[in-house]
Design a protein around this ligand. Structure first.
Ligand code: HXC
Length: 503
């Protein structure tokens, strides 16, 4: 064998060994927990044959606690570049088979490198987390490694889409990197996120709680809102990441890709003319409205299980990506509370940062009142949504379907928050409050008189607060036409260092 051939053989062998991470036994242990390895996850995530790995031979340089005798090529994270539907993305996937995927300084260096490359190239970065947290043997070096990642998450925020998959443990300060990214996917019964695990919780507070109850997917996707998508298994989670990206631009200077559709722009939906119940206190399902107006009834919902009184998600309309924000009369009558406000605000801000027009479908009786909400700062949280709509400069089209009362009317993309086009259905009621509430306060006003005056869209239309009262069946066409003529919209905010969003 020539020297060259021998060297090539060594390279092939070393690569093969690096691909095994912590070794066959650890891979089996990973599989026996029903989990995929880092490389298997990347193979599912990226277009076939598109992955180019970086830093495969990087090793840690820790010498504490005998670590100098255990070096594994790659050091617990697989990083690189590939494509999803032909578009470039940068990726890192922590490898639990190597020291439990714990974060060393060199692992951090690898992650930071792909993050830097992603920003330079203007392409999304996707991180698949499966880690025991800071590598304990490294002490402050591991913590510094986290700090470097967090700073990059912050600098990349609003520049490129950042997506996190949590496919195993994500504990301690490690949770803050996913929290700083735009969207987080979790897997039911397989992944968890918490600041401290059950044993520490027990010793500090005496509370006994399982990992799942403390920080499983069910908690973060439905109670805390920390995660946006709860997948049944890893495959579904990875498929979700691919689908999400299909609605997004590569970076903040680009537009999302256009998706060809055979669904006619001019399609009318007669069903919408009959969707609003005669009884104003009866609910209906806003999903039914959304699927009627978007291309091919295809709606990709974000935060489906959290704060269900407001619905947010992506769709295509006339082939173009839109962000939909809709009150859900079928849940708590569509009232805005703390969680609904936080959820919608973050979504609106994402859309604005990435040039995705916002379509708002309004049927909201107001903000939820009471001590629980006041003590939880509904004022500041409601203001977040107000702020998000008011600062957004992307095209904003608002359709009021039924109720639009009080502060909630203003918050939900009203004209004064610089919505571009506001439509209302004939069933719209745009007023300070509903008739019953109003006659309770104004003793000498009759309910019928109030209803006659305010419980319709025409007062708002007379004053130019809405552009038009439209037939519900034409909603799809009217929104798409508005988005078309708004495509060239340019709106600036006053010069400032940054805003002071009411956090
Ligand atoms: C070094 C670690 C490690 C860590 C796990 N391992 N966590 N090595 N540093 N943080 C190693 C284990 O020693 C073991 O090595 C292998 O990974 C697999 O771990 P197991 O415990 O056998 O796996 P499992 O039973 O599945 O339990 C997983 C786990 C548990 C729940 C994650 O390992 C665990 O509790 N780890 C510690 C979690 C933690 O408290 N981390 C610090 C959080 S604070 P061998 O050689 O036996 O295979 C933090 C601060 C960040 O991260 C601050 C940022 C600002």
């Amino acid at each position: 064998m020539s020297i060259q051939s021998e060297k090539i053989k060594q390279l092939v062998e070393r690569r093969a060994s690096a691909c095994l991470g912590g070794g066959r036994e650890k891979i089996e242990a990973q599989h026996s927990k029903g989990k995929l390895t880092a490389r298997e996850r990347l193979a599912l995530l990226l277009d076939e044959g598109s992955f180019e790995e970086f830093d495969m031979f990087v090793q840690h340089n820790c010498t504490n606690f005998g670590m100098d005798s255990t070096h594994i090529d790659g050091d617990g994270v697989v990083t690189g570049q590939g494509t999803i539907d032909g578009r470039p993305v940068f990726v890192f996937a922590q490898d639990f088979t190597v020291n439990g995927g714990s974060l060393s300084k060199t692992m951090s260096g690898k992650i930071c490198k792909v993050m830097d490359m992603a920003v330079k190239a203007g392409a999304p970065v996707i991180g698949l987390n499966d880690s025991g947290g800071a590598r304990i043997q490294e002490g402050i070096d591991a913590l510094a490694g986290y700090g470097e990642i967090f700073e990059r998450n912050i600098l990349a925020s609003g520049v490129i889409p950042q997506i996190s998959g949590i496919f195993g443990p994500c504990a301690g300060g490690a949770v803050y990197s996913p929290a700083l990214t735009d969207f987080t996917f979790m897997v039911r019964d397989k992944s968890y996120m918490f600041l401290t695990g059950p044993s520490v919780v027990k010793s500090v507070t005496g509370e006994e709680v399982s990992q799942e109850e403390l920080g499983g997917a069910s908690v973060h996707c439905s109670k805390s809102g920390v995660a946006h998508f709860c997948a049944a298994d890893e495959k579904e989670g990875i498929e979700g990441i691919r689908t999400l990206l299909s609605f997004l631009p590569q970076n903040n200077l680009e537009e999302a890709p256009v998706k060809e559709t055979s669904d006619p722009v001019s399609r009318v939906s007669d069903v919408l003319n009959g969707i609003i119940p005669d009884n104003p206190n009866k609910s209906y399902d806003m999903y039914g409205v959304i699927s009627e107006i978007v291309d091919d009834a295809n709606f990709f919902e974000v935060h489906r299980d959290f704060a269900k009184n407001v619905i947010v998600g992506f769709a295509h309309m006339g082939g173009r990506s839109v962000g939909i924000v809709a009150n859900q009369p079928g849940m708590l009558a569509g009232v805005l509370d703390i969680n609904a406000s936080r959820k919608a605000a973050r979504f609106v801000r994402f859309c604005d940062a990435f040039n995705i027009p916002i379509v708002s479908l309004v049927d909201v009786p107001g903000f939820l009142c009471g001590t629980q909400q006041e003590y939880g700062a509904i004022i500041s949280n409601g203001a977040k949504l107000l702020y998000a709509y008011g600062e957004a400069t992307v095209p904003k089209v608002t359709v009021t379907l039924r109720k639009s009362y009080g502060g909630a009317h203003i918050v939900m993309g009203c004209k004064q928050l610089r919505a571009d086009v506001n439509y209302a259905w004939p069933s719209a009621e745009i007023a300070v409050m509903g008739a019953k509430g109003a006659v309770g306060i104004l003793k000498d006003v009759q309910e019928e008189e109030y209803q006659e005056l305010f419980c319709n869209p025409y007062q708002a239309a007379q004053k130019g607060y809405i552009e038009d009262v439209i037939e519900p069946r034409n909603t799809r066409f009217r929104i798409i036409r508005a988005l078309e003529y708004l495509q060239g919209k340019r709106q600036e905010l006053p010069a400032k260092k940054h805003d002071n969003l009411p956090l």
